[in-house]
Design a protein around this ligand. Sequence first.
Ligand code: PMP
Length: 304
Amino acid sequence: FADRDGFIWYDGKLVPWREATTHVLTYTLHYGVGCFEGVRAYETPSGTAIFRLQDHTKRLFGSAKILGMAMPYSEDEISEAQLEVLRANKLSEAYIRPMVFYGAEGMGLRADGLKTHVIIAPWAWGSYLGAENLQRGIRVRTSSFTRHYVNSAMCRAKANGNYINSMFALNEVLRDGYDEALMLDTTGHIAEGSAENIFVVYGKALHTPDLNSCLDGITRRTVMQLARDFGYTVTERRITRDELYICDEAFFTGTAAEITPIREVDNRPVGTGTRGPVTEQLQTAYLNLVKGRSDHYPDWLAYI
Ligand code: PMP
């Protein structure tokens, strides 16, 4: 990934892609103390637009605050930088990765005088869980790894170190031929996928886990709004694993994964084992929204 053309926004400057490097004693590389975002820009009839840019930037600043990292830029500067780096790379559709990290100013957990650095890298990236799976749905298995407990990791932060837990879960199920892991919290209730929130559908009712052990996903928020606009009820609550076995439909949400149907959980078909009508309706509405083909929520599109 390092050997490409293009530019990365690095501490306020556009740096050639191959030169956007850091020292091996970078604090964040050793201890995982850093935070990041995953943002998407789509091509719309009025040009390229980043979806819910300000909300992603706000979550990034919230993550940094939770980690105690002082941000050397304002939210407006970081939002503008994401637009700038897209323009510089001449990308009409992109996944955008802002990341906040400490440099090599000190070593050891107790290092002081650390400086916060920020990079923003955009690249063209198709469907995270496979284009055909947006229609067909994916096969999911419950992980043997437990999702974070609120007082050992803090899930409101999209923190680099939090993803070790995701990698354990994901690698375990990929090795056994499944597409994604379902993670349970410390009480055995459903938390989320390795990088997606989850929704369960019963008739006209949508249920999604409360925010104790999962990320406050921006796609999750969007889907909750769209579902309510369609007249569905949406409830945030504790959901058990067997509820997922007997629901009508289930799907994952995420900036990368968009809305991905779940067709099988723990070798049991979800509903009819195909994408359900509610999932399809929300998926269509979501894609229309992000691609600027809807009149709803125009404030959620930031044009480059
Ligand atoms: N949970 C985790 C652990 C994630 O990494 C992501 C992806 N950012 C999500 C949920 C979905 O969040 P969003 O909709 O904001 O991309």
